[in-house]
Write a new protein. Structure first.
Length: 257
């Protein structure tokens, strides 16, 4: 009897593990919506979306904003940081879906796991820069407060590489899957490739202090964030569909009977 035949025989223990796996994957996949909600709410609360500040503001103006809205900004960081902390929780389910199809040397799964871990760590550290700017409002030098605010935006938008690598690895895994039962539809692979490409405009944060390419601009700030939001929403829905169809425990991609 082959390994695949042996492992396909239903047992009580196997059924229990499958139910547990399904429940865990459902919870972790639904966390994608919670993640987006917390990030967007926090960034709106602290006005990091539709920013109070801009790169060409004086140090005195930036420091005054942090002093006037310190408590609001601190609470916003709680939500932002919590949302960023859920990135790897949500991403693990996408990696688990791809892992079942890759075989013994799942390099694309490894790229996803490494990229989501690096990206989440960088963003959680990034949130601490804004939190530090709001820690001693009025007593910290305005130049330091402005530098911390700048560093927060620069770090946020300069993390495009791990997120692009994550999206490209996921997209490539989908496009290379030529089987009768692909993990995700091919159009989702192309969507993931484009989501990674649309992270790249965040890199203009290094070069511009105003306009569409500055960190308050449409291309630099809203294009990467919008692409990430669409990507998370689509893959959350597709993964929920897979899990509800029984694609949670077995190595193959046939729905469970």
């Amino acid at each position: 009897m082959s390994v695949s035949e042996e492992t396909s025989i239903p047992t009580a223990a196997g059924a229990d593990r499958a139910r547990m796996n399904r429940s865990a994957q459902l919870i972790m996949t639904w966390s994608g919506f919670l993640m987006l909600g917390m990030i967007v709410f926090g960034m709106l609360l602290g006005r990091y979306l539709f920013p109070w500040t801009s790169p060409h503001d004086s140090a005195a103006k930036v420091a005054q904003i942090y002093q006037m809205h310190a408590d609001r900004i601190r609470w916003s960081i709680v939500f932002i940081l919590s949302g960023f902390g859920l990135i790897q929780v949500w991403g693990a389910c996408m990696a688990a879906q791809i892992r079942r199809k890759e075989g013994f040397f799942p390099v694309l799964t490894y790229v996803q796991v490494a990229s989501m871990a690096v990206g989440a760590a960088l963003l959680m550290a990034q949130s601490c820069l804004w939190a530090t700017a709001a820690f001693r409002p009025g007593s910290t030098s305005p130049e330091i407060t402005r530098a911390l605010n700048d560093a927060g935006y620069i770090t946020l938008l300069a993390t495009w590489m791990p997120f692009a690598a994550w999206a490209w690895a996921l997209g490539l895994a989908i496009l290379l899957d030529r089987s009768d039962h692909p993990v995700y539809p091919r159009w989702a692979g192309w969507l993931s490739i484009w989501a990674g490409l649309l992270d790249i405009p965040g890199n203009t944060v290094w070069f511009f202090k105003s306009g569409a390419f500055g960190w308050q601009g449409v291309i630099c700030l809203y294009v990467p964030i919008g692409a990430f939001g669409i990507w998370v929403t689509v893959f959350t829905l597709l993964t929920l569909q897979n899990i509800r169809g029984g694609l949670v425990h077995q190595q193959g991609l046939e729905p469970a009977v």
